[in-house]
Design a protein around this ligand. Structure first.
Ligand code: UD1
Ligand code: MG
Length: 519
């Protein structure tokens, strides 16, 4: 049995990426759920390399920190000065033990590379027992790239950088994709012989091919089926165009697995997202991070989901969610905001202009309109009245509100946490609930209304309101106003708004208190 090849992957990521004009190192720019570097590492992952070395330089600390997160087994190696791609590989190999096998080198800025393509390159290289194999592609516009120069027999002669190329060489449209497989021993030898005799005064990795060929070693070209995979990223215009290409690739793959995308051009799905069969994604929708969309769920239009789990047959319409969970058959939006640890059980509903944070909403419970639910636990089959606020913050600490099952809370309630409303309890509309409401009780906490009859005709005479009141037969009321002791006091001292809302009084009874709850 032949020994399996020892494989080393070297990713070149020390360059600054000047043309990105960014404080973020180029390889850390994000592209549909992974950094450029993350994409390259996942394209190489199926090789099952025995070791992975990442050459870092510009923004080394940031790149190292990112590696700890996404590829803790990779070894970062510092290239303090960027003296060329050949120099970078030399430094990388200096950091790993000598040994035979295959060294796969990948530029850090080719994020569309697919694992199948890297695999095919390495297999071709190992089967041919070549000293070095380069991935090449025929491209419509080779500007700025290294050209594959072949001899009259069509064999690789050398790779020439555009800036060192003559006119004939520049006309070649077959380019070096920046992905290579090398025999470890022969690569180490050749790297020791690199010169800096070129336009940039750098050690070019690409010169290894000319050196090996002159020494009579077998060098090979592996041509990529789809040149799009080999596109590099040098500025933000290219980054945007790579993003579009990747979007199309991802969307096509999901449609082929049985997901409906109603407008693929405005649907942006991170490579880390999962969707089940018969999910429907409507237009202008972004699905990001660890988001999962269950079978038959409807998401969109105009939805952004980050790290959010949507259960089967749920619907999320015109809403934004981060770190939330939406149960099976639950419904969200339009215009809802689910924040981290918002958890909706099966068939729960979070409606229009509702914000939920760090709260459980039990099965079948509804928060239909204009409400903030923060740090709460709501039981099952409960209805929360419109325009309510779970007052969770006392200025220093956050507190929890607990609402039981089958409760009916009135519209415009404040639940001043910590507070508890029991199973089957009701609360009156307009209540500020500061004390616990026992199971089955009606909690009322608001002023009783009084009407000062004839006030408008008397105090706002000549206005359209007064005329309307008179037409409605309030002339009599206007007469009575003189009798209403204290009425002028209210109208005279309070602002219009206060007067219109009346003065605080304690409600004695609760008849009809819950009438204004909404469903
Ligand atoms: C390189 C190739 C070119 C190929 C192109 C494909 C060389 C000499 N040229 O050119 O033939 O067509 O890629 O995209 O290799 N890097 C380091 N240390 C350095 C220099 C570069 O780590 O000292 C890294 C960069 O961060 C980058 C990669 O190597 O990820 C390629 O470097 P870049 O400067 O982009 O090379 P190109 O000019 O694009
Ligand atoms: Mg480049």
């Amino acid at each position: 049995m032949p020994q399996p090849h020892l494989r080393t992957v070297v990713v070149l990521a020390a360059g600054e990426g000047k043309r990105m004009k960014s404080t973020l190192p180029k390889v850390l720019h994000p592209l549909l759920g992974r950094t450029l570097l993350g994409h390259v590492l996942s394209a190489a992952a199926p090789l099952g390399a025995d070791r992975t070395v990442v050459v870092v330089g510009h923004g080394a600390d940031q790149v190292r920190a990112h590696l700890t997160e996404i590829a803790p087994d990779a070894t970062p190696v510092l290239q303090a000065e960027q003296l060329g791609t050949g120099h970078a590989v030399r430094i990388a190999l200096d950091a790993v033990p000598e040994g035979a096998g295959t060294v796969v080198v990948i530029n850090g800025d080719v994020p569309l590379l697919r694992p199948e393509t890297v695999g095919a390159l390495v297999t071709a290289h190992e089967e041919a027992a070549a000293a070095a194999t380069v991935l090449a592609a025929e491209v419509p516009d080779p500007t700025g790239l290294g050209r594959i120069v072949r001899d009259t027999d069509g064999r690789l002669e050398q790779i020439v950088e555009e800036r060192d190329a003559d006119a004939t060489q520049r006309a070649i449209r077959e380019i070096n994709a920046g992905i290579y497989a090398f025999d470890a021993v022969r690569l180490r030898e050749a790297l020791g012989k690199l010169s800096t005799d070129n336009d940039q005064g750098e050690e070019y990795l690409t010169d290894v091919f000319g050196l090996l060929r002159s020494a009579g070693e077998p060098v090979a070209v592996h041509v990529a089926v789809d040149h799009v995979e080999t596109l590099g990223c040098n500025d933000r215009v290219e980054l945007a165009s790579l993003r579009r290409l990747l979007r199309d690739r991802v969307n096509e793959a999901w449609m082929r697995t049985g997901v409906s995308l109603l407008d693929p051009v405005t649907t942006w799905i991170d490579v880390t997202v999962a969707l089940d069969r018969d999910a429907v994604v409507d237009q202008n929708t972004q699905l990001r991070g660890a988001t999962v969309v269950g079978a038959g769920a409807l998401v969109g239009p105009d939805v952004t989901l980050v790290d959010t789990i949507v259960g089967p047959a749920a619907s999320v319409v015109r809403s934004h969610a981060v770190g939330a969970e939406v149960g099976a058959g639950a419904s969200v939006g339009p215009y809802a905001y689910l924040r981290p640890a918002a958890r909706l059980a099966d068939k729960a509903k979070v409606g229009t202009f509702v914000e939920v944070k760090n709260s459980e909403i039990g099965a079948g419970s509804k928060v239909p309109h204009l409400t903030y639910v923060g740090d709460a636990t709501i039981g099952e089959q409960t209805n929360i009245g419109a325009a309510s606020v779970f007052v969770n913050y006392d200025g220093v600490n956050k507190h929890r509100t607990v609402i039981g099952s089958h409760a009916r809370t009135g519209a415009d309630n404040m639940f001043v946490a910590p507070v508890e409303v029991g199973d089957g309890a009701y609360t009156a509309a307009g209540s500020v609930i500061v004390d616990d409401v026992p199971p089955g009780a009606m909690g009322v906490a608001r002023a009783r209304q009084r009407n000062i009859e004839g006030w408008v005709v008397k105090r706002r005479a000549g206005t359209a309101a007064a005329e309307a009141a008179q037409r409605a037969g309030d002339a009599e009321g206007a007469q009575r106003i003189g009798d209403a002791e204290g009425a002028s006091e209210v109208a005279g001292t309070a602002s219009d708004s206060e007067a219109m809302h009346g003065r605080a009084e304690t409600v004695g009874g609760a008849s009809g208190a819950g009438d204004t709850a909404t469903e």
